[in-house]
Design a protein around this ligand. Sequence first.
Ligand code: FES
Length: 172
Amino acid sequence: MKENSSTETATPTSAPTRRRFLNWAWAFFGLAAVTELGWLGVSFLNFRKDRSTPARAKSIITAGPVDMFEPATVTAIPQGQLYLARLEDGGFLALSRTCTHLGCSLRWDEEQGKFICPCHGSSYNAAGEVLTAPAPRPLDCYPVRIENGIVKVDIAAPQKRQCFEPGQVTRV
Ligand code: FES
């Protein structure tokens, strides 16, 4: 009789204990999952922040001293994948080397005094204006600034143009 009574009393107490354990386990793993998701979110935001800050700093290309570029010349700036044109009046224009037709890389032909696209024959003058189609618009340009006699180009945001305007040129 005593054994029966102990068995009867053991069954009701074990069920709540197991249920309580499972509830705690669910709560624990749920909390762990929420913590993990939060940590992933914070890591993602930090990753984006870390990437954007150096990228902005890296977007400034130092082309060189002003005197290094003669008027009426075009110089390839390899680190920025661009051309720096110094126009006849001494103003600077930084031009993308990407053709506005389908994106081929342009070369500057010194003898002909123009950019020529090897893909479909478009050509552009030193200011990036279209001389020969099928290019639909002038070459993109980048902001140029001159600091202490040094020419710098910001390649972060190429500017699309529909035409050449004198305001796009940076004067010394
Ligand atoms: S990609 Fe330059 S002309 Fe077509």
